[in-house]
Design a protein around this ligand. Structure first.
Ligand code: ATP
Ligand code: MG
Length: 277
């Protein structure tokens, strides 16, 4: 595997904050639009699973001539398959990162034909960071924060309301105390970003969070993602492709949701070129 392989994740303490939609949008943008080789590890399997999204996307495509045609055209244009989505639990993901071997994950990546030049692995985290299990071999209790510590980059979505902010601040605190201060893991950078922004001024909430984040030296991305109903919808139930594991978001929708500039900013932060040909 490539030496510069990047591990990244959209993570937060809060359930239902948009981790899975952002993981899909980013993975599809990087893999189909920008030409990077991406794999997705779904650590929330089998519950609210991204692997379930992939299955529904494929079922939907197989029943629809239009999507079959789009998939064929995409395949010939970019000369690569859909990125693999591997469902596993946090313990197995941790083991794969630390020991580099897991038959199922390795086979899925190899099957796609790019095991030697994988660029980015995106991890979709479970709904709550408090989940922890005892590892069968080491007997150590390891949870989602251990997996967060193994990422190179974390992007934490945050919504400007009191409950969401409180929960995100707890996550910031946990990352600071349990990962950064203790210098465990590989985490290089941690970024926050605003989402579900509705246009009405919430200056006070923005100010409070930005102040706390700067205290911890956690930067906030410039791009603020507007509220869009499409984050909640299944991907291929209309002809407007947005949150699909098979295709990148349609350019006009990506523009409306600011996914294009968001991905440009993310690429810059993780040192990937945003205009790879
Ligand atoms: N810009 C946005 N517009 C609309 N919804 C958004 C936006 N950003 C984040 N969301 C959130 O995304 C949610 C849908 O995603 P989902 O519930 O799968 O998130 P998740 O964090 O993966 O959940 P879980 O913790 O259960 O895995 C919506 O309920 C909404 O709160
Ligand atoms: Mg999810």
């Amino acid at each position: 595997m490539s030496k510069e392989l990047i591990y990244m994740s959209f993570a937060t303490q809060k359930g239902g904050a948009g981790k899975t939609p952002f993981t899909i949008l980013a993975a599809s943008w990087l893999h189909y639009k920008l030409g990077y080789n991406v794999a997705v590890i779904d650590c929330d399997y089998p519950q609210n699973s991204l692997a379930g999204n992939r299955k529904r996307d494929l079922d939907c495509m197989m029943k629809n001539e239009y999507y079959k045609k789009v998939a064929k055209e995409q395949f010939f244009a970019i000369e690569k398959k859909f990125y693999p989505v591997v469902g596993c639990d946090v313990q197995r993901a941790l083991k794969w990162i630390t020991s580099g071997a897991d038959e199922v994950i390795d086979a899925a990546i190899e099957e796609m034909g790019f095991s030697d030049n994988l660029d980015v692995v995106l991890f979709d985290m479970p709904g709550t960071i408090n989940q922890s299990e005892v590892d069968a071999e080491t007997k150590k209790r390891r949870g989602v924060l251990s997996l967060v510590a193994c990422m190179d980059y974390i992007f934490c979505p945050i919504r400007a309301d009191r409950a969401a902010v409180d929960s995100s601040l707890l996550f910031i605190k946990a990352v600071q105390e349990q990962i950064i201060n203790r210098r465990v893991g590989a985490l290089q950078r941690f970024f926050l970003f605003w989402t579900e922004v509705d246009g009405r001024e919430k200056t006070r909430v923005y100010d409070i969070v930005e102040k706390v984040a700067s205290k911890f030296s956690f930067p906030i991305l410039n791009t603020r993602i507007p509220y869009m109903l499409r984050f909640r919808k299944e991907s291929l139930d209309t002809y407007d492709i947005f949150k699909s594991t098979l295709f990148p978001a349609k350019p006009s929708l990506a523009k409306d949701a600011k996914i294009d500039v968001f991905m440009e900013e993310i690429c810059e932060k993780v040192n990937l070129k945003a205009d790879l040909d």
